[in-house]
Design a protein around this ligand. Structure first.
Ligand code: PMP
Length: 387
């Protein structure tokens, strides 16, 4: 039998032991063991979860609801398909100007469900090297063959397409739009050109951009004007929308096919209506949050340029700002120093990121001030000088 204790102590020695911590969020702060920290680790990119006023407004609007709100007690295919599902899906399809949308319980469900349902033996999936673990888990469930192309390297991708296209029925390209751990972005226009040139299908995960990027917050596809060109757009409500669930934007045929075949849609209890209502409510507010998105871009640029000014390595070009520390112990030292100074920015280690590239990942939101950015930079500088 596996010696769990032995494995756990090895993980602890190498600085890789994962532990659950008790935390409580309030506004932009997080409380842990009685101490208050500025929360730099949540994905609340628009500060929606910090906005008590918005939540109170929502609860007041729901006060007279007669439907049961907190559970759905069966799968969508049985009795769980509340009217709020249809409303939300219609709203999403209209916003994106596309035929159809389908809502799932989480981005994880979307990523482990859509590709295994839509692809078959004889297909080839080419995925960016840095796609999220949920996509990798989905690929493992596919009968199609899959391979990775070098991160954001479209020449490599094109070479793989040319090499393989005669041997497969269909090629599916898979990428994130804003990458979760590096905060950089995919070139969606060039990916669309490529997929059109070779008759491939394109799947884009907008988990970190939905709400936070684009004039109306629809994601990088909106910003790059590729919403009509991407076959399958996936995003989550768990980050900038501060809710739970995920969506797929696609054509009607694909959505009908998934309702018939996608196991994480069919074999799970539907989302509680309260979440669907909240998601719709926040999506209605998205168009008005343009100033927040503008501020988010400015904060990201400021933090990256200030970190570079003091000689601290960073990456990307978005509201996700990684500080790459190297070995696990260095990332832990930086995270501890951040914590001592009132900042909650947890270390991200192998296998979440490649070996030797452990980091802290700072996710910004518009409630963070320029003074706080200056304080963060000071701590990073101190870490660098004492290394
Ligand atoms: N895709 C990406 C790129 C993600 O980073 C995540 C979550 N970290 C997910 C999907 C999963 O989404 P959810 O949290 O809604 O399951």
């Amino acid at each position: 039998m596996t010696d769990y204790n032995n494995i756990l102590s090895q993980l602890e020695q190498s600085g890789n032991l994962r532990q659950l911590r008790n935390t409580r969020s309030e506004g932009k702060y997080i409380y842990h063991e009685g101490k208050r920290y500025l929360n730099l680790s949540s994905n609340d990119y628009l500060g929606v979860a910090c906005d008590g006023e918005l939540q109170r407004e929502f609860l007041a609007a729901l006060a007279d609801a007669t439907e049961f709100l907190f559970g759905s007690t069966s799968s969508r295919l049985l009795t769980g398909n509340a009217p709020s599902y249809t409303e939300l899906e219609q709203k999403l399809a209209n916003l994106f100007g596309r035929e159809a949308a389908l809502v799932f319980n989480s981005g994880y469900h979307a990523n482990i469900g859509v590709l295994p349902a839509l692809t078959a033996k004889g297909d080839l999936i080419l995925a960016d090297k840095l796609v999220h673990a949920s996509i990798i888990d989905g690929l493992r469930l596919c009968e199609a063959k899959w391979e990775r192309y070098r991160h954001n390297d479209l020449e490599h991708l094109e070479r793989l397409i040319i090499k393989n296209r005669d041997d497969y029925n269909r090629i599916i390209i898979v990428t994130e739009s804003v990458f979760s751990m590096d905060g950089d972005i995919a070139d969606l226009s060039a990916l669309c050109d490529l997929k059109e040139k070779y008759g491939a299908t394109l799947y884009v995960d907008e988990a970190h951009s939905f709400g936070a990027v684009g004039q109306h917050g629809l994601g990088l596809c909106e910003e790059t004007n590729t919403t009509q060109r991407i076959d399958l757009i996936v995003g989550t409500f768990g980050k900038a929308i501060a809710s739970q669930g995920a969506y797929l934007i696609a054509n009607r045929e694909v959505v009908s096919y998934l309702i018939n075949t996608m196991r994480p849609l069919i074999f799970t209890t539907a989302l509680p209506p309260v979440n669907l209502h909240w998601t719709s409510f926040v999506i209605d507010a998205l168009a008005e949050m343009e100033n927040d998105r503008v501020k988010l871009v400015a904060l990201g640029n400021l933090l990256r340029s200030e970190l570079e000014r003091v000689g601290v390595e960073t990456r990307g070009c978005s509201h996700i700002v990684p500080v790459v520390a190297g070995e696990n112990q260095e990332a832990i030292r930086l995270a501890e120093l951040m914590q001592q100074n009132g900042f909650w920015a947890l270390p991200i280690r192998y296998p979440t990121v490649p070996k030797g590239e452990a980091r802290i990942r700072i996710s910004l939101n518009p409630q963070i001030t320029e003074d706080e950015v200056a304080e963060i930079v000071k701590v990073a500088e101190q870490w660098k000088q004492n290394g």
